[in-house]
Write a protein that binds this ligand. Structure first.
Ligand code: SF4
Length: 59
């Protein structure tokens, strides 16, 4: 299954990938839980984001 590129989200420590029953994959922004400025499901690819923090320990 091909996953559309998420831009910054794919390398951000606040991003969690979630799968749907239909096989789609969404990117959930964990910052949304404490800051409503961030969409729960950002429109990808995200090219610029004030909340971006590079993930450590994963590609
Ligand atoms: S903080 Fe920005 S870059 Fe990181 S997961 Fe949320 S929307 Fe994506």
């Amino acid at each position: 299954m091909e996953i559309p590129p998420g831009g910054l989200c794919d390398h951000c420590q606040h991003c969690k990938r979630v799968g749907s029953a239909r096989g789609s994959v969404f990117r959930l922004c964990l910052l949304h839980e404490r800051d409503p400025r961030f969409a729960k499901y950002p429109r990808v690819p995200v090219l610029s984001c004030p909340g971006y923090q590079a993930a450590t320990g994963k590609a």
